[in-house]
Design a protein around this ligand. Structure first.
Ligand code: AMP
Length: 197
């Protein structure tokens, strides 16, 4: 393929999406787009938009779809957007409406996603890892209560996307309970097929 892969990282908190997204972006020289990071940066900068987003984040709820979809759309449709050369989306889409908006957006540009990497981990491992990250990073939405809320939101709103993408034949389930290097090896194997296409 002349351009880099177009990927989505899907999975609950603590599944390792962010860590692997950074590796994937570096290895394939594609853009790493994390909606959570965009919101945290806006909140840190104190913009009106960031302050509003932080209220949702601190409760462990999803920021409203129009805001998130608008943000992603802007980046895709910008003239000479680096996203055209390939991307890894980390934290988006988070519900079916967002997944459908992304499908429509990509159909409007040219081609769709190449693979959806599904980081499959138990709730227990996801919680454990999120709690230990909380100690290291000190994110304001990493308290035990908010972590539990985010997990509930994942089951209710994000999990249905797994079936949406499974139906496309492009879902790649990963053993995300394994070590970082083991999961990375699974990803490289899976993407060899995609990037050879
Ligand atoms: P993350 O860094 O992906 O765990 O995201 C942190 C928080 O940002 C989430 O708990 C949400 O409040 C918000 N957020 C990130 N991505 C999205 C999205 N695609 N849709 C709605 N809210 C999001």
């Amino acid at each position: 393929m002349s351009q880099g892969p177009r990927l989505v990282m899907l999975g609950k908190q603590g599944a390792g999406k962010g860590t692997q997204a950074a590796r994937v972006a570096e290895h394939y020289r594609i853009v790493h787009l994390s909606t959570g990071e965009l919101f945290r940066a806006a909140a840190h900068a104190g913009t009106a938009f960031g302050v509003r987003a932080k209220e949702y984040m601190d409760r462990g709820e999803l920021v409203p779809d129009e805001t998130v979809v608008g943000l992603i759309e802007e980046r895709f449709t910008a003239d000479g957007s680096p996203l055209r050369g390939g991307f890894v989306l980390d934290g988006f889409p988070r519900n079916l409406a967002q997944a459908e908006a992304l499908d429509a957006m990509l159909a409007g540009i040219d081609r769709g996603l190449d693979a959806i990497l599904f980081f499959d981990v138990s709730d227990e491992i996801g919680m454990e890892r999120a709690l230990s990250r909380a100690e290291i990073e000190g994110r304001s939405d990493d308290t035990p209560e908010v972590i539990a809320k985010r997990l509930a939101v994942y089951h209710e709103q994000t999990e249905p996307i797994v079936e949406h993408y499974r139906a496309t034949g492009k879902l790649v389930p990963l053993h995300a309970d394994r070590t970082i290097d083991e999961v990375w090896a699974e990803i490289v194997d899976a993407l060899q097929v995609v990037t050879a296409a």
